[in-house]
Design a protein around this ligand. Structure first.
Ligand SMILES: [Zn+2]
Length: 247
């Protein structure tokens, strides 16, 4: 605990991201993670699974159900290096089974991680807009864990591409959406895409010359505020209160 307090007094910010699979962090919000890491934020990434049931097995396929978990873990560690994520934790849940795990038990595990990490920002999936049963399940339980924990930080849900340019379609307003400029961090995002080789090598654009590949990325990544009642102080920043104020 002492080390946490000490880091906060020198302005250290902490972000905890709780996702389902290796590559969620890179493919969905890699630019934002790279940006905050570059600014000195300590980032802890939690991956519920090792993605071992993924249908992509390399191109041409060179992995099988026995070898894919280790390969994806290795690739995730490399992607973390590309993005500047310093801490990686697996929940060791079997891929495609997150929705079937005992909810109270898993929520308590995530709550313990929040208590240990003391994050200023928590990122996870939206429980209805996650797009995959594992995503929705980990989002739902992380949201519950965040609320139970009494965490003073902010909760945000990640979103896909630029869908939240029109938040009204999903029952939100512009005031609920953080829009992060990641244009200075797209090289790191591309490197992380390439680190997730067994998943990304079938996507030809990822392997085009850098300039061409980088042009496929949007300049912004979008996040939904997890608490409707508190308006965003700054829509361009996930850190709504600075570290000194949270002491
Ligand atoms: Zn995923």
């Amino acid at each position: 605990m002492n080390s946490i307090i000490q880091e906060r007094t020198v302005g250290g910010r902490k972000l905890l991201a709780v996702f389902a699979h290796p590559d969620d962090e890179t493919f969905i919000c890699g630019g934002t993670l790279a940006k905050y890491a570059a600014e000195g934020t300590e980032i802890t990434l939690v991956s519920a699974t090792r993605g071992e049931m993924g249908r992509r097995m390399g191109n041409p396929p060179y992995l099988n159900r026995e070898t894919i978990a280790a390969a994806r873990e290795r690739e995730l560690r490399e992607a973390c290096d590309c993005l500047g994520i310093s801490r990686l934790h697996f929940l060791n849940i079997r891929d495609k089974t997150v929705e079937f795990i005992d909810e109270a038990h898993l929520t308590a595990r995530i709550e313990a991680l929040i208590a240990e990490t003391q994050p200023d920002v928590v990122l996870t999936f939206h429980e209805k807009l996650g797009g995959h049963p594992d995503h929705c399940a980990i989002g739902k339980l992380t949201t519950e864990a965040f609320r139970r924990s009494g965490c003073k930080g902010s909760l945000f849900f990640i979103s896909f591409g630029n869908t939240m340019e029109n938040p009204e379609r999903f029952g939100y307003t512009r005031g609920d959406i953080a829009k992060i400029d990641v244009s200075a961090h797209l090289e790191a995002k591309l490197a992380a895409f390439r680190a997730h080789r067994c998943q990304s090598e079938i996507d030809e654009w990822v392997w085009l010359p850098d300039e061409e590949a980088l042009s496929r990325f949007g300049a912004y990544e979008y996040f939904i505020k997890g608490d409707h009642s508190v308006p965003l102080r700054d829509a361009g920043d996930l850190f709504q209160t600075n570290a000194a104020q949270t002491l």
